[in-house]
Design a protein around this ligand. Structure first.
Ligand SMILES: C[S@@+](CC[C@H](N)C(=O)[O-])C[C@H]1O[C@@H](n2cnc3c(N)ncnc32)[C@H](O)[C@@H]1O
Length: 241
């Protein structure tokens, strides 16, 4: 995947300068992938983001959305707990969106994607999935694609770095007939809502060594073997994504 935004590099730099101040897991290359996906949409389109946390990815989506007259619906229940931080995280999300002056572009819906989905009635033009990473939630989140037009794009974070998301991808994308794997930025994968051919399936399968490398690195980091992880090209205390 291209690591520079296709257009308006200065606009992207501004978006990233706000997003990069917000804690989260999105890398710059992945932000470029989100940016470009939104910029391919037409005026009046709607982006749905599942899993917003403090708004790192939402800010990138929001700036791109404003530049082409699109809106973003950000869905997060703000789950309590050590990892995601509950109501404090919600306050930070709202503050970060306000600081970036994106309140008129980003609509926050507080709730679980799995509970909201059966009630959802609007069309969607781009789906970004970065919510709960277990198999059941992720594969349910893929069902939001029922609201996409044919050929519409679905971007999935941690697609090749989480056992739940990767197994869901293998079952629903590799063995299924609805989604075509396009490319990836790190572990952020891009799919199109269309029937895959044999070569598309094989290209997806070819990402599995990358997934196994990431799982291996996670094991090393859990065992506090960072110097060994470095030997495999991972020079960070954080999980690969
Ligand atoms: C990895 S974080 C998202 C990171 C965010 N996209 C960013 O760039 O910083 C996962 C988020 O998913 C949320 N989440 C968990 N279960 C969810 C669900 N069923 N629907 C929507 N969001 C969910 C968590 O509250 C958490 O904020």
């Amino acid at each position: 995947m291209n690591s520079e935004p296709g257009v308006d590099t200065a606009d992207f730099a501004k978006a990233w300068s706000y997003a990069d101040c917000v804690p989260g897991w999105l890398t710059r290359d992945q932000a470029v992938a989100l940016w470009d996906a939104v910029r391919r949409l037409g005026k009046g389109a709607r982006v749905v983001e599942i899993g917003s946390h403090q708004g790192r990815s939402t800010i990138v989506l929001g700036f791109a959305a404003r530049s082409v007259g699109v809106t973003v619906t950000a869905i997060d229940p703000f789950v309590d707990g050590k990892l995601f931080g509950g109501s404090v995280t919600r306050q930070r999300f709202e503050r970060n969106i306000a600081t970036a002056r994106l309140d008129d572009v980003v609509e926050l819906v507080v709730g679980y994607s799995t509970k909201l989905r059966p009630e959802w009635g609007d069309s969607i033009d781009l789906l970004y999935i970065d919510g709960k990473h277990d198999y059941w939630t992720y594969t349910d989140d893929l069902k939001w694609s029922a609201h996409l037009p044919s050929g519409g794009e679905i971007l999935v974070h941690d697609c090749f770095s989480s056992v739940g998301v990767t197994s869901g991808t293998l079952i629903k994308v590799f063995t299924g007939s609805k989604y075509t794997y396009l490319d990836r930025a790190g572990s952020l994968a891009r799919f199109a809502l269309r029937r895959p051919g044999r070569r598309d399936r094989l290209r997806l399968l070819a990402q599995m060594p990358w997934f196994l490398r990431n799982v291996w690195l996670k094991v090393l980091l859990r065992l506090r073997l960072r110097p060994v992880a470095r030997l495999f090209g991972h020079d960070s205390p954080y999980d690969p994504y």
